[in-house]
Design a protein around this ligand. Structure first.
Ligand SMILES: [Zn+2]
Length: 255
């Protein structure tokens, strides 16, 4: 079912899709169309030729600079392309051909886009999270985690974060979590079910706490440093979707 040949094809396809995800990451927060116009240098507006648009390769050949104005190109481009290639290969390896593969790849793409946009802009666009909830639920009718686990995932994923956001707001009188985080975890719950949505939240909180403490320890932020929680939710969901079930089984043995 799996082999190195198809895995390499999956990775190449992933790099191409990653190139499109970069367009989404750049344009969605700016309210620009993701299908028109063609990609251009954000500094000088030079429209990219096909050979400047080859995932990862072009960045390396151009040594991370625009061919026309020589301004540096964001390292995010090759990183997102490489990450998407890796995600496609890992998903193919993990799930093999089938509906679940398509579902998990769509989730993976949404997570990569949300990860990058939240990191840069502290923003989780509705245009991804809301359709994501519907798409995740639609897939659950025919594949994992099943429609009931998906439905509970939407309610629990969104509900738990909504409750935390409410409590935080009442105690601290400021917004700690945004509604974007609530919708994002609801989307994750729709795709992977309520159990893995809880694993996602635990992993994200753990990662957030570790990074937060590191920032404080290195003097680069204090307790109020606003960490983009959606970025951690994306990391948590990636862990939950790949190793969440064995992790949960292992954890529950201690109860
Ligand atoms: Zn340029």
């Amino acid at each position: 079912m799996t082999g190195s040949g198809p895995t390499i094809v999956a990775a190449l396809l992933g790099a191409l899709i990653g190139s499109f995800l970069n367009v989404c990451i750049h344009r969605l927060p700016r309210g620009a169309s993701i299908v028109w116009p063609a990609s251009a240098c954000p500094s000088c507006g030079h429209q990219l030729d096909w050979f400047e648009n080859i995932p990862i390769v072009s960045y390396l050949v151009l040594r991370g600079r625009c061919r026309t104005c020589a301004k540096p190109i964001s390292g995010r481009y090759p990183v997102v392309e490489g990450l998407t290639a890796l995600m496609f290969a890992a998903a193919w390896w993990n799930y093999g051909p089938g509906v679940l593969l398509v579902s998990r790849i769509l989730l993976g793409c949404a997570l990569i886009v949300l990860f990058a946009i939240d990191l840069e802009h502290h923003l989780l666009p509705n245009v991804i999270t809301l359709p994501g909830i519907a798409v995740g639920f639609a897939f659950s009718l025919v594949t994992d985690p099943g429609w009931l686990a998906s439905l509970i995932g939407i309610i629990v994923g969104g509900g738990v974060l909504y409750a935390i956001a409410e409590v935080y707001f009442r105690v601290r009188h400021e917004e700690g979590l945004g509604m974007g985080d609530v919708k994002m975890l609801a989307m994750i719950g729709a795709f992977i079910g309520w159990k893995l949505a809880i694993v996602t939240l635990m992993m994200a909180s753990l990662a957030g706490a570790v990074v937060g403490l590191l920032l404080i320890a290195t003097g680069r932020g204090d307790m109020k440093y606003a960490l983009p929680f959606g970025t951690f939710l994306a990391l948590g969901a990636a862990v939950a979707a790949t190793v969440g079930t064995p992790l949960l089984d292992w954890y529950l043995r201690f109860w």
